[in-house]
Design a protein around this ligand. Sequence first.
Ligand SMILES: [Zn+2]
Length: 85
Amino acid sequence: MPVKPEQFALVQQHLAKFPQQQPCPICGGKTWNVAALESGLLMHDAGVSVGGGIPTVTVVCATCYFVRRFAWMPIARAAGGAGHG
Ligand SMILES: [Zn+2]
């Protein structure tokens, strides 16, 4: 599902807690785009799906498109329960 602005902000806040981890391990880039919240879709734009599981949020390197995924619910819980289910 698309990321709402408030969810985007929560992910950015989460990433900011770990500045030593932010550079991309592939290209060294420091800009990460929050791509999607996923409960079953891997890339909703490409129509590729995988099975369900824990809700995750995907961030993508703006330079080389390396993908990182985080469990979404702990991030939402830490912010007061702004998750999607
Ligand atoms: Zn990169």
